[in-house]
Design a protein around this ligand. Structure first.
Ligand code: PRP
Length: 176
């Protein structure tokens, strides 16, 4: 375990096993016209494990969005950092993110994609916080529901670090 980690919340083995199930669920709904949209940077690790378990023809796009700017609290504003958007027309878009916290990011992204001619828009998150979210929206696929605590690892960062840890963990007080 990394020296800055207080405890492991979800182990590497448990994460990998759960992703098997999530990939299966997405494909059970249909295998055609899938476009995976990865929300950078946090969802990079999860998405790579998820779509490699989908042995179908699919499109892959990334969107660079940010609202936490490396810190522990949402700024409340979701910034779209790309100059252009992919072409979503006729696609069954599955937006992939690492964590659903206030819900602002996923809701903003799905709204934007829906207005851009997608066939349908679904959302898949590895983690969802068990709390009252700021928006009226529920993700379609959720890996794990966790408490309202700040977590790092498996794509999630604190000040840009810890994304490479293979598990989801809680930081030690002294590392903050
Ligand atoms: C984090 C995370 C999600 C979003 C979730 O992104 O990766 O995209 O916040 O929070 P919300 O539900 O409160 O909107 P962040 O802005 O930290 O960018 P990053 O993915 O590059 O770390």
């Amino acid at each position: 375990m990394h020296k800055d980690v207080e405890k492991i919340l979800v182990s590497e083995e448990v994460i990998q096993h759960r992703i098997d199930g999530l990939a299966k669920k997405v494909l059970e709904k249909g295998e055609d016209n899938i476009m995976i949209v990865v929300l950078l940077k946090g969802a990079l690790v999860f998405a790579a494990d998820l779509f490699r378990r989908m042995p179908v023809m699919l499109d892959l796009e990334c969107l660079n969005v940010s609202s936490y700017h490396g810190g522990m609290e949402s700024s409340g504003v979701v910034k779209f950092l790309d100059n252009t958007m992919p072409n979503f027309e006729g696609k069954r878009v599955v937006v992939v993110d690492d964590i659903y916290d206030t819900g602002l990011t996923m809701k903003s992204v799905c709204d934007k994609i829906e207005k851009s001619g997608a066939l349908s828009v679904e959302s898949c998150v590895l983690l969802a916080k068990d709390k009252k979210h700021d928006v009226e929206y529920e993700p379609d696929y959720v890996g794990f529901t966790i408490g309202d605590e700040f977590v790092i690892g498996y794509g999630l960062d604190y000040k840009g670090k810890y994304r490479n840890l293979p598990y989801i963990g809680v930081l030690k007080e002294e590392a903050i």
